[in-house]
Design a protein around this ligand. Structure first.
Ligand code: HEC
Length: 118
């Protein structure tokens, strides 16, 4: 348990400097993204989280504006709530219906959209 806490603390420290400016104004959603999603999607959304290399399909880059424009809010919501399989993506993207409320999903979506700056 202590080891786990140390690992989590190390991840937070490593990512904290780069992301604290974003995290400061979005609170809970930023924290949830870091805990639940960044392992695969990366702390800055580039799809380069520590677990990404183990996935058959690397998550796409949330900072790529051209690609992100193609994903509607409806599809994004569905992908998060029902998992990748619900929108025809790999099922390595887990469903979050039992872990996050609809409001929390919408807040995380706003945080994800924030990775694209143009
Ligand atoms: C175990 C790794 C993993 C975790 C954890 C994970 N994802 Fe994913 N996610 C994926 C993969 C793989 C895909 C499918 C590839 C892609 O399209 O990016 C995906 C796809 C997505 C998509 C759809 C992108 C598109 O192309 O339409 C969204 C949005 C998303 N994830 C958000 C999240 C959020 C929010 C969380 C945390 C609550 C999360 N993911 C947690 C691996 C993961």
């Amino acid at each position: 348990m202590t080891k786990l806490i140390a690992v989590i603390a190390a991840i937070f420290l490593a990512s904290g400097l780069a992301t604290c400016a974003i995290a400061a104004d979005t609170g809970e959603a930023a924290l949830q993204f870091k805990i639940f999603c960044a392992g695969c999607h990366g702390f800055t959304g580039h799809g380069d989280g520590p677990n990404a290399a183990t996935l058959a399909n690397r998550p796409q880059d949330f900072a790529n504006c051209a690609e992100m424009k193609k994903i509607s809010d409806d599809t994004m919501f569905k992908a998060i709530k029902g998992g990748g399989a619900s929108v025809g993506l790999p099922d390595t993207m887990p469903p979050w219906a039992s872990g996050l409320t609809d409001d929390q999903i919408h807040a995380i979506m706003a945080y994800i959209r924030g990775f694209c700056k143009k």
